[in-house]
Design a protein around this ligand. Structure first.
Ligand code: COA
Length: 194
């Protein structure tokens, strides 16, 4: 890939970010038609959304549709669904906020189906999408964040090769107290040694 190649908004519109498969997952644009009652219910499940900003509002089907419709257009966040290759089941989503002028991507992720946790799916998806940010979008830097109390997210990002860049003290309110926000980063491998 071309280092220093800028990220173009059209790429984020979906034409260049292609569907991809990993050992166990299909990763492709998440569509309104993919929304299920189980997914909407999970967006309101305190255990699922405990460490996310999704928890600040109540979700119903219409609000979820509006959100999904608003994604994936030019200049909008890219919403990618994770689907199991064997059962075709939708497990969760990743969202990419791309800042083309800085060649930077902010990555977030959620596995809504709690029965699928701790089987390596998030790590598989995050690793593949991060690689695509470098190779397909031409990103220099992919960033993510999590609450300091969220050990599972910390582990996923560590396994995917992210390193801690900053700890923002008492940055968020969670479970009735202040928690630190941890910022992690992975650089385009070809640029890492500079
Ligand atoms: C966080 C989340 C994405 C993890 O998905 P997942 O598919 O279960 O993740 P993986 O199986 O790839 O990896 C999870 C790792 O965390 C570890 N882990 C899980 N709970 C843990 C805990 N309480 N303490 C320490 N490690 C923990 C697992 O053991 C595993 O590590 P290992 O492979 O070394 O054993 C998923 O739980 C989720 O979507 N939660 C709700 C939404 C959310 O919080 N999103 C992230 C916001 S930053």
């Amino acid at each position: 890939m071309a280092i220093g190649h800028s990220i173009h908004q059209e790429k984020v519109g979906g034409t260049i970010f292609p569907p991809m498969t990993t050992a166990r997952l299909l990763l492709r644009r998440f569509l309104v038609e993919d929304i299920t009652p189980g997914y909407v219910a999970a967006l309101n499940d305190p255990e699922v959304v405990r460490f996310t900003e999704v928890r600040h509002q109540r979700w119903d089907t219409e609000r979820t549709r509006e959100y999904v419709r608003a994604c994936n257009g030019p200049g909008q966040p890219l919403l990618i669904g994770m689907f199991r290759l064997d059962t075709k089941q939708h497990l969760g989503n990743l969202i990419l906020h791309v800042t083309p002028v800085h060649q930077r991507v902010e990555l977030a992720f959620m596995l809504w189906d709690r029965h699928q946790w701790n089987q390596g799916y998030a790590t598989e998806a995050v690793s593949a999408v991060t690689e695509a940010c470098f190779c397909v979008l031409g990103a220099h830097k992919v960033c993510a964040g999590y609450y300091g109390t969220h050990q599972s997210s910390a582990r996923v990002l560590e396994k995917a090769g992210f390193v801690v860049e900053a700890r923002l003290v008492d940055h968020c309110v969670s479970d009735g107290g202040y928690v630190d926000a941890i910022r992690v980063t992975k650089f385009q491998p070809a640029n890492q040694a500079r």
